[in-house]
Design a protein around this ligand. Structure first.
Ligand SMILES: [Zn+2]
Length: 129
């Protein structure tokens, strides 16, 4: 994924092949306007670094497009790749189930003498009450 430094001749050829039309907004690139050579398919998404993947774009269009479309797409591709190879680290470590909640004590006047667990009252319990 090495970016070649384009010569003036190569930039001119890319510009003329597209008739000076910005490939992002479709508008004419007028003389004196700043423009970039944009990769139609971003290099980070597998696009080739050759003239078939290069289009002229207004610098402002190019920057906005890169920030709004290409960067999120590249970030998502990286996340997908990391998950695919099993390198994904979960944001939160695994959490235990925690302690079971005890049922509320029904009689506050007498201390609990027997532990019946968390199940329903046994017949012995109902006979006393
Ligand atoms: Zn444009």
């Amino acid at each position: 994924m090495n970016r070649r430094r384009l010569s003036t001749k190569a930039r001119a050829a890319i510009f003329l092949r597209a008739n000076g039309i910005c490939h992002l907004c479709g508008g004419k690139i007028t003389p004196g306007e700043a423009w970039d050579v944009s990769h139609e398919i971003p290099l980070a998404l597998g696009g080739a670094d050759d003239e078939h993947n290069m289009r002229p774009a207004h610098r402002k269009c190019h920057r906005a497009w890169t920030a709004e479309h290409d960067q999120p797409a590249i970030a998502k591709a990286k996340r997908r790749e990391a998950k695919h190879i099993g390198a994904h680290v979960p944001q939160r470590p695994l959490k235990s189930r925690g302690f079971a909640k005890a049922e509320p004590q029904r009689r506050a006047t007498r201390p609990l003498s027997k532990w019946f667990g968390f199940s329903r009252p046994t017949p012995i319990d109902t006979m006393e009450g």
